[in-house]
Design a protein around this ligand. Structure first.
Ligand SMILES: [Fe+2]
Length: 384
């Protein structure tokens, strides 16, 4: 009978493990990965609290990336030097560590308990090793129901840690590449804006306004990120327009205007060289169609209504608003209120009314103090 109970317990543990792996593989948002890893670990091993420590190579520190338990919010602020305490030792040696009574261990960094207010009695610390590198550690505190953790618990923690480390490593890589990608796009947009002294910051502002609108229209965070990239690159085709035209202090002649209009087609061509194609499709469409207008009066394809891609329609509104409200060679720049009134005047003819309404509702909500407007949660995603 006892043997059967033991086996049942094992099956439960394995099912929890399986659940954990499914979660990890389906999720690449880094903070969610941290939390999932920790939560599954705490549940499977049966701990009162747990902490996920991740090495920050740039700062040479070990940071708490997720914490679970009664004092988890205090734990999130704790940082250790590389090599410090039990966590530091486990990361350096790559070896798991089991302590029955923490107070008697010479490696215990006392300040962790002091600053979190949690009383640690028993503890397991296992390294997270991916591709031969210790990238962090998982720490489980106080065994629920029993007095202390056993070697069996350590084995279980290690099994989960091995899989978790790989998921964590993949997430970190993804996060790293994403940050790099966004910074390259931002740099490109800055280089572009710098060619024309009148358009400094234009691409970044258009991208910001576009995301505000999209968020108001109920776009998911992923869609907002897509739009942000596309909006940053909307005018990239101006690279192919000569300085003479781009920086001309007076109004363009008809012929010059025709050349200027080509920036949409040039932009789409430039972006269509980027790989993978699926990740730049929205940016290509936006670069080509952000000057299309719903009554068919725009360029380059004279699209109308729903023929115009949604991203391009949003960027078109944000772009027009920014062009109206910044100083240009031929215009001293309108106020935000005047810009909004002009968008309203042209809704249904030039602009999609839902997009204009979404944008003007934001402008009214922040009382036209655009600097103070923030979309919650977007700073952390590297956009805005
Ligand atoms: Fe443009």
């Amino acid at each position: 009978m006892e043997r059967i109970l033991e086996l049942e317990h094992k099956v439960d543990e394995l099912l929890s493990l399986l659940e954990a792996f499914k979660e990890l593989n389906s999720n690449i948002a880094i903070n969610d990965v941290f939390e999932n890893i920790l939560l599954q670990m705490v549940q499977v091993v049966g701990a009162e609290a747990g902490t996920l420590w991740v090495v920050n190579e740039e700062l040479q520190e070990i940071e708490v990336s997720a914490a679970y338990g009664p004092t988890s919010s205090a734990m999130l602020n704790i940082k250790l030097q590389k090599g410090e305490g039990i966590v530091g030792k486990v990361i350096t040696t790559g070896k798991a560590h089991l302590i029955e009574n923490v107070a008697e261990d010479p490696d215990w960094a006392k300040r962790v308990d002091q600053s979190s207010g949690f009383i640690t009695m028993s503890m397991i610390t296992v390294p997270l090793i991916a591709k031969g590198n210790s990238i962090g550690a998982l720490q489980l505190l106080n065994k629920k129901k029993e007095n202390h953790f056993t070697e069996e618990d350590v084995k279980l923690a290690l099994a989960l840690a091995n899989q978790s480390a790989l998921a964590l490593h993949n997430s970190q890589m993804y996060d790293h590449l994403y940050k790099m990608f966004i910074s390259v796009i931002r740099t490109l947009a800055k280089v572009l804006d710098a060619r024309d002294p009148y358009t400094a910051g234009h691409s970044e502002r258009v991208a910001k306004y576009s995301v505000w609108i999209a968020h108001r229209l109920g776009f998911s965070t992923g869609q907002c990120e897509e739009l942000y990239k596309a909006a940053l690159l909307h005018d990239i085709g101006k690279i192919g327009v000569s300085d003479e035209i781009l920086r001309k202090p007076t109004r363009l002649t008809q012929e010059e205007y025709e050349l200027m209009k080509q920036h949409t087609v040039i932009g789409a061509t430039i972006l269509s060289n980027m790989e993978p194609k699926s990740s730049v499709l929205n940016a290509i469409q936006t670069a080509r169609s952000h000057h299309e207008r719903i009554d068919g009066s725009g360029y380059p394809d004279r699209l109308s209504g729903d023929e115009i891609p949604l991203f391009a329609k949003i960027v078109g509104v944000a772009d027009t608003f920014d062009a109206m409200t910044t100083v240009r060679p031929y215009s001293k720049g309108h106020t935000f209120e005047e810009g909004a009134a002009e968008l309203v005047r042209c809704k249904n003819t030039l602009f999609d009314p839902n997009i204009v309404d979404a944008f003007t509702s934001i402008l009214e909500e922040c009382n036209y103090q655009l600097d103070s407007y923030e979309v919650p949660g977007f700073k952390k995603r590297e956009i805005l």
